[in-house]
Design a protein around this ligand. Structure first.
Ligand SMILES: [Zn+2]
Length: 149
């Protein structure tokens, strides 16, 4: 099942190697949709929305909201920004490990995270919960979709 949480943030940017008004510094209110794919766990949830929100806030929004995006990544087009956001979130098991104290984490996920050795790959967790897609709206009529490729 797919689970999506939607966020907005404000940021300024300036496109380089671009000819037109977007070469000047300007701002957008971006809308970000983060979708996870996974099993419905024993608590009835793929992931608690509150938990997903906390991870996206920490990994993405605190680094982008009210920032000058050119300080964060080079030539921050919507496409490049979506890839950057994907990269911040794709190591989901580590981000979930920071949330082990959350009582609403599904027991199956908690068990996988607690058993997992640092050197072991995350394939077991990926089978039950993974990042599926990032959709970034730069304007109400312009969006990019990235799923890791
Ligand atoms: Zn722009």
């Amino acid at each position: 099942m797919l689970v999506t949480k939607i966020f907005t943030f404000d940021a300024a940017h300036q496109l380089t190697n671009y000819y037109g008004k977007c070469e000047r510094v300007h701002g957008h209110t971006y809308t970000l949709e983060v979708t996870l794919e996974g099993d419905v766990h024993s608590n009835g949830m793929v992931i608690d929305f509150v938990l997903l929100k906390r991870i996206v806030k920490r990994q993405v929004l605190e680094r982008l909201d009210h920032h000058f995006l050119n300080d964060v990544l080079e030539n921050p087009s919507a496409e490049r920004l979506a890839v950057w956001i994907w990269d911040q979130l794709s190591d989901l098991s580590n981000h979930l490990k920071d949330e082990l104290n959350d009582p609403n984490m599904a027991e199956e996920i908690r068990k996988l995270l607690e058993d997992e050795d640092a050197d072991v790959d995350t394939s077991d967790l990926n089978k039950t919960l993974r990042l599926h897609e990032v959709v970034l709206w730069e304007t109400p009529t312009s969006k990019v979709v990235y799923n890791g490729q």
